[in-house]
Design a protein around this ligand. Sequence first.
Ligand code: GRF
Length: 220
Amino acid sequence: MTTPFRIAVLASGRGSNLAALLAARDRGELPVEFVLVASDKADAGALTLAGAAGVPTLALSPRDYADRASFDHALFERVAGTKPDLLVLAGFMRIIDGAALTPWAGRMINIHPSLLPKYRGLHTHRRALAAGDTEHGASVHFVTAELDGGPVIAQARMPIEPGDDEQRLAERLLALEHRLLPAVVADIAAGRIALRDGRVCLDGQALAAPLNWRNGMLSR
Ligand code: GRF
């Protein structure tokens, strides 16, 4: 028997992307072991979901630490103790200290609700609408010290429809996020997607552009 691929999830909020990962695992589409769900918010919905699913949880409050670097050091030391193969940031709403990230290069991914490199940071739906974009989407990328700036692995796209407002757009996109993230994690767990020399590779070949999630699968 091969050792299961171990993932830890970091989340600050309701945890719908965590729920999507757990559901994909339960459907047999994501053969991974959830070793930890950690949060910077003790009342995060993600922690409740994890507890209900029998996944170990950890809540650390930044208020208990002198500065960002010491909080991040403590958090990632605890995370490292669970020996994850991959860290998944799913709505983890903190900028992470660069030194804390270094050991996780190529082993930490984030989901962001925009078609990166467009709209790094917050209020992505509002900004896409304000810009008059006809298309919106979500991206999964490897995490680097640059906020929402690491190499993009895959994206899911959708048209912006007449009558879309910020909330409707966010809801429609979230449904796509819930498909995109488990698909990317599954391909990383299978060893198909990896970061090599700063470039995203699929089956050993560097990608010229992010993969697209469409018709239920990731494709070039
Ligand atoms: C998602 O929109 C994700 O793209 C962003 O934060 C949100 C988290 O939502 N990074 P949830 O907690 O997974 O429901």
